[in-house]
Design a protein around this ligand. Structure first.
Ligand code: HEC
Ligand SMILES: [Cu+2]
Length: 335
């Protein structure tokens, strides 16, 4: 080995090790469904690598050993035929059947409702280009509507029903479960379970138009007590602000175009074209993960949403600077 090829080999090994340490999120599962999918994935990778290595080795041996003779002569019997039968038919058939059976097992494990599942219906609806999240429990305190942020209790399997409001989307939280298509006119469902508390990023995984890439969401897995408190809070209607500026913002909001597209429970604004804003201030981001939920970003968004997310279905609105100040002050009270 020359010095140069040795350093190239070292660099390749370092890259490979670095790559393993920071494996893509779908290779670092944090939930039951993702774990069974990841182990199937690893198994298939190892088997595929072994097949490639063995075939390459045999080709190498064959090419080194065949010296002289007529290369076009076909041997119809003897060891040649045995190699083809075993290596070309029997072995591949075994590998494919094993992979098929394991895949069926994984599909079954992912689809089956776990015994300790949370008895709470969560429906996520994909819209261009955001996600509506509805909680429909028995009690009124378990019924809420929010957007782009799904809270779940840690360590409990949670069923999520997927619906589409317009076109086909795909729901994917790489660390928690594989992709599931979100199809108009069809209800698909998946089970999510997070083993550790945390914030897991999700993303639309089916090209659905201009802002497909900015159609993200988060799954927040938290201790059961925190989850119940969060849900109870989301279920309450919005309180009327006491501050004068925010009150004026409320009037602008319910009296203007905002109310045609947005709902704020507890007010007359009941639009369903856009996200429910009843507890907007509790959310981490706005516009499906596009921007952190800060005052500056809210200002920019309400003043001219298409400038920040070209193609968004929220139009540029004509508000006076005073109205803009007041509306954003109001939005900040929605916690
Ligand atoms: C024609 C319908 C429409 C009107 C009118 C409208 N919006 Fe929106 N709004 C939307 C849609 C659709 C979204 C989701 C955009 C996205 O993420 O691509 C949105 C998103 C938002 C968001 C971000 C919510 C989140 O959780 O991501 C805020 C805040 C917001 N609108 C405030 C307002 C305010 C304030 C007004 C009035 C000044 C208003 N909107 C008028 C349709 C509308
Ligand atoms: Cu989408």
């Amino acid at each position: 080995m020359t010095v140069r090829s040795r350093s190239a080999a070292l660099a390749a090994a370092a890259l490979l090790l670095g790559g393993c340490a920071r494996a893509p999120t779908f290779m670092r599962p944090a939930g039951a469904a993702a774990e069974s999918e990841a182990s199937l994935g690893w198994f298939l990778i190892v088997v595929s690598c072994a097949v490639v290595l063995i075939v390459a080795l045999l080709v190498l041996i064959g090419s080194l050993r065949s010296r002289g003779g007529d290369p076009h002569a076909v041997r119809r019997e003897g060891p040649g035929l045995r190699w083809i039968t075993i290596g070309g038919i029997i072995l591949p058939a075994i590998v494919l059947v094993v992979a098929f059976v394991l895949t069926l097992g994984t599909l079954n494990a992912v689809a089956r409702p776990p015994a300790d599942a949370l008895p709470l219906a969560i429906t996520v609806t994909g819209h261009r280009w955001w996600w509506a999240v509805r909680y429909a429990g028995q009690d009124p305190q378990d019924q809420a509507l929010t957007a782009n942020e799904i809270h779940i209790p840690v360590g409990r399997p949670v069923r999520i029903t997927l619906e589409a409001g317009d076109v086909i989307h795909s729901f994917w939280v790489p660390e928690l479960a594989g992709k599931t298509d979100v199809i108009p006119g069809q209800r698909n469902s998946i089970w999510l379970e997070a083993r550790k508390p945390g914030v897991y990023r999700g993303q639309c995984a089916e090209y659905c138009g201009l802002e497909h890439a900015r159609m993200a969401f988060v799954v927040v897995a938290e201790p059961p007590g925190d989850f119940a408190r969060w849900l109870a809070r989301q279920a309450t209607p919005a309180a009327m602000p006491t501050d004068r500026l925010a009150r004026r913002g409320h009037d602008v909001f319910v009296g203007g175009p905002c109310a045609l597209c947005h709902e704020v429970r507890g007010t007359t604004a009941a639009g369903r074209q856009g996200p429910d804003l009843t507890h907007l201030a509790t959310r981490r981001t706005i516009a499906a993960g596009t921007l952190p939920n800060t005052r500056g970003n809210l200002m920019g968004w309400v003043a001219n949403a298409p400038a920040l997310k070209p193609g968004t279905l929220m139009p540029k609105l004509t508000l006076t600077p005073d109205e803009l100040q007041a509306v954003v002050a109001y939005l900040e009270t929605l916690n």
